[in-house]
Design a protein around this ligand. Sequence first.
Ligand SMILES: [Ca+2]
Ligand SMILES: [Ca+2]
Length: 199
Amino acid sequence: MNARIVRSKLRAVRQYLETRKTLFLLVAGSLLFAAVVIAGSYLHDDEVSRDNVVGIATFDLEVNSTNTPGPIIRVPALLPGSSVTTYLPVRLKGSGTGKLSVIFRNIVTTQGTQTDAELDAEAALGREVYDVPSQLYVSVNRGSRSTLKEGLEKTIGILSAGETTHVAITFEAKTTTGNEYQGDQCTMDIVFNCNQQSP
Ligand SMILES: [Ca+2]
Ligand SMILES: [Ca+2]
């Protein structure tokens, strides 16, 4: 066997040994990784609660057992110095507590049918007069009186969930109302407002 052949065989042996070493290192690394993973996999357990729900509560005011109460007062001929009171149930359905108030909005005044006495009074004043709200007091649940005006708000109080309260709204024509207001009228919306209070 000549020297060239011997060197060739020795090189082949070295390559074989290098390949074995690499394989050994790969296998050893894999075994070490697996050992670490298995060592960190302690016991465990899961429980699942299904069909959970979160929604928003309802908060629904009803006046006279309806959402569309229509007119609640129709008194076209109130005498100065007299008053009229209307009573009606107001209910808060659903959840929560609310602060209830009444607001007078969209007030429209009209001259109406004019009598000779009214025409004489307006002639003496030199102008037409039909500002009816200025001649009306409003009170709620016999509370303080306020002259009716656009946006007037009267607080009623706190309503609990499911509670029904009876609200009395009183209109009173002032004793100072004169002939210039005969037959005059005003119309308005009466808004029942309920605001949720902090839980
Ligand atoms: Ca409602
Ligand atoms: Ca008038």
